[in-house]
Ligand binder design. Structure first.
Ligand SMILES: [Zn+2]
Ligand SMILES: [Zn+2]
Length: 286
């Protein structure tokens, strides 16, 4: 993989699974790695979350030197950080990594840097983390803040998730990709933070861990777990005039066959929407 092309504006999915890695024969087609996406915009490589999918992005970057990487965190649940110690570019000198995220309420007044070294790069990591070679720069965010990475504009908004999470919008040349995971919808109204963040965007990557039926299953309801459904994602997509919904953060027990059947149901409601698959690329220009 060479440097991102200057005219490219795409999202590539490196890990699409929620909660826990789920390798096996039944998850081969959609993939079992946890949350990690890469948005390439304005010639920049912007990584969102560092789930186990990040390892494969690192392998893809092998041989490249003087990398300038940007990594934005929604939050720090295990499924969003476990790939970090296995991300090869961290161990090569000459690379630089910019880390963006908020500091969780419960660990303040820790700074983002302290939080990163003490909690995200945990001392029980199986990889010795003392010899990180990359220069790391920290950019502490508060929800609602906007900032720039090169010519790409990034906006943020709070999500509805235990311990909090942050959604991101990447805008460039009148196009936008929005990343909102992990988040739970409200029973009586659409989430205004997401509606505002995602308004008129091209692609919304959304936490659609469950189907509505699973979410409301009387035997095992998922209410209050901090995740949403593809049907709720579709409501947001229509209300905010978004072109495509990318169903993301798949439930670990959803086999390829189950996901295929969700994809079929989704296609009947929205032709352009799709289920995220590991390594797949979606462009705002398609
Ligand atoms: Zn998650
Ligand atoms: Zn989470």
């Amino acid at each position: 993989m060479t440097k991102p092309a200057l005219d490219e504006f795409v999202v590539q999915f490196w890990g699409v699974r929620g909660s826990v890695p789920s390798p096996g024969f039944e998850t081969i087609r959609y993939g079992g790695n946890t949350s990690c996406i890469e948005i390439r915009a304005a010639g920049k490589r912007i990584i969102f979350d560092a789930g186990t999918g990040l390892r494969n992005l690192g392998k893809e970057l092998e041989g490249q030197t003087n990398l300038e990487l940007h990594m934005c965190f929604t939050h720090y649940h295990w499924d969003h950080i476990q790939g970090l110690p296995f991300f090869d570019p961290l161990f090569q000198s000459g690379n630089s990594l910019h880390v963006y995220g908020q500091v969780p309420e419960e660990v303040r007044p820790m700074t983002l840097e302290e939080h990163f070294y003490h909690r995200v790069l945990h001392k029980d990591s199986p990889i010795p983390l003392a010899n990180l070679e990359t220069n790391i720069f920290f950019h502490e965010l508060t929800c609602g803040e906007t900032f720039k990475i090169g010519d790409a504009e990034i906006a943020t908004a709070p999500l509805n998730h235990p311990n909090g999470a942050m959604g991101y919008r990447v805008s460039w040349q009148d196009r936008a990709i929005v990343y909102c995971t992990d988040t739970e919808h409200y029973p009586d109204h659409l989430d205004e933070n997401i509606l505002n963040l995602a308004k008129d965007s091209d692609i919304l990557v959304y936490d659609a861990m469950y189907t509505d039926e699973e979410y409301h299953d009387p035997k095992s309801p998922k209410v209050g777990w901090g995740h949403s459904t593809w049907q709720e994602g579709l409501k947001l997509t229509k209300a905010a005039n978004i072109r495509k919904l990318a169903v993301f953060h798949h439930e670990p027990n959803h086999t390829d066959d189950i996901l295929d059947s969700i994809a079929k149901d989704l296609a009947e409601k929205s032709e352009e929407s799709f289920l995220a698959k590991e390594k797949a690329i979606a462009s705002v220009f398609d």
